[in-house]
Design a protein around this ligand. Structure first.
Ligand SMILES: [Zn+2]
Length: 286
């Protein structure tokens, strides 16, 4: 199915955004209003139906703009550029204002990470998907190839990079900068790699659905982060709120309910934009 990114939900989303803002007594848009950055991870042919469903959910909750994290050759299955429904859908999303960023190449770990620190991180945070926890020399060609492939079939240059599971090796920002990427993010911050945008600390709100225990812990953590950033009956404390969605979130009604709560509240307090636009505005580029 080649669904347009906005589908019929576009005007509904604009209305929903206004209604949510009004109901929540949102502050006037200005310096005090936080920016909301929403990412959808693991966009690939295999997960097309799920990421489309997540994008529709975002629109229904009033989030008009998001950043989609795209994997060129997910788990060495079908190449994204060879799957015309995914290509067409991503193009339609970009046309209506979403940003597309590179998210690894295979989204799969190749062998064990070299150092103890990275081996522990890979074990804790992924099921064999810490693709970037390997020597820089091995990665440079892969990431350049991924960007070139997406540029060719999507008709735009993905300017940002997000490592699978946000797991970056030491010094990774230097490699990304040399490859020409404009920004990257980890679970703790977003950072401009060119120009004066700098690094902005903002822990991401996201959910882990691999096991029931991880899911329960991530729900508690998300609630705590939200309460700290956007306290009820008080002005927002965070200049930037980041929320990450994964295809697996759809399998849990509790996670989807939590996402709706987080995003409706964040959307009411601030305004959603893409990572590039946020960093550009922060650097004074409007
Ligand atoms: Zn991922």
């Amino acid at each position: 199915m080649t669904a347009a990114c906005a589908e019929a939900a576009g005007s509904e989303a604009a209305g929903a955004e206004a209604a949510v803002a009004e109901a929540a007594g949102a502050p006037a848009r200005g310096a005090a209003a936080p920016t909301l950055l929403v990412t959808i991870h693991d966009v690939a042919p295999r997960s097309l139906a799920e990421v489309q469903a997540l994008r529709r959910a975002l629109l229904g909750w009033g989030v008009a703009r998001a950043t989609l994290l795209v994997v060129p050759h997910f788990h060495r299955e079908l190449r994204l550029c060879d799957h015309s429904p995914t290509v067409a859908w991503l193009r339609s999303c970009a046309e209506r204002g979403d940003e597309l960023a590179l998210h690894g190449y295979y989204h799969q770990q190749a062998g064990a990470p070299l150092g103890l620190r990275d081996r522990v991180r890979a074990r804790l945070w992924t099921a064999g998907e810490g693709e970037c926890l390997r020597p820089h020399d091995d990665l440079a060609g892969l990431l350049a190839r991924g960007r070139d492939e997406l540029t060719r079939c999507l008709g735009l240059v993905p300017g940002g990079f997000v490592a699978p599971a946000w797991l970056e090796p030491r010094g990774f920002d230097g490699l990304l900068s040399r490859l020409g990427f404009a920004w990257h993010e980890t679970s703790m911050y977003v950072e401009a790699l060119a120009g004066p945008g700098g690094r902005v600390r903002a822990p991401v709100i996201g959910f882990a659905t691999r096991t029931a225990l991880r899911e329960a812990a991530s729900l508690v953590w998300a609630r705590a982060l939200l309460a700290r950033m956007l306290p009820r009956d008080a002005p927002a404390r965070a200049p930037l709120v980041r929320v990450a969605l994964h295809p697996g979130d759809l399998r849990s009604a509790r996670v989807m309910a939590a996402l709706e709560q987080v995003l409706r509240r964040a959307q009411a307090a601030g305004v959603a934009t893409t990572t590039s636009e946020y960093l550009r505005a922060r650097a004074g580029g409007g």
